[in-house]
Design a protein. Sequence first.
Length: 301
Amino acid sequence: MAIGTIGEGLFELGLDEDDVHGPLRRGYGGDAANTAVMAARLGHEARLCSRVGSDALGRLLLAFWRESGVDTRWVVEDTSAPTGVYVNERAPDGHRFNYHRRGSAGSCLGPHDVPDDFVDGLAFLHTTGVTLAVSSSAADAARGASRRAREHGIAASFAVNHRPPLGGDLAQLLEEARASDVVFTSDEEGVLLLETDEPGEIARALGGRTREVVVTRGSRGAVVVAEGVQEEVTAPPVEVVDAAGAGDALAAAYLCARLEGAEPRAALERGVAAASLSCLAHGCALSYPDAASVVALTAAR
């Protein structure tokens, strides 16, 4: 069974602050697309529903996704809108991101881009807060697909992924989280949405349909709350080069492990390992580890 994701793909330009003559690093991002790449790297069938421009950057994204093993049959090449771009700037205090996605092909995603055969046969349908925020049509596509999945007994997974510069409706984020079976959020987002960073309280406040809640805590690791049981997994010490996309790697590895029959704690151990390994290199999806590396780090802890 497959994992499906819905949302934009973005071409990444990486650079170092004030390095006028330094190289630009090519990368590939977009939270939904990242999740699909990580799932495919772990050996699972991963479907992506998206739009890219019919341009050089769109072709590069498609080539990367296909080389990574992602099923791109549901990615539309848009002849009237460009591929979105973001800049990942490394600075002494971390990373800064600047997005150039207004009017992009990814923001033009709509319900008509999500046919029934995309949802059919999925184990998990994964959507994100970014997809809800990037445009009203993309939000309609994600919400409609999640509703259709739930009606057919497919587990709905949702990553809050609130991005303040995008705006977005906090009430809509909360509504989608409460309608989902598995929710990924951060402790900071817990405070923003529910006025608490305590995982058990976040899980209780979500209530609704939610069965499993994963709360990420940056370098401290993550916590999963499932069926009232709370389990914490600490992150291994790593030399962080670029943490961009680590949360998407964690979500994908967690879902893949659950699909394989792992219990929530074991699945989170796999997720934290994937996220930690992704921090060792530049870029978002380009930095993602393979299955053997994730299994080896998980076993070594």
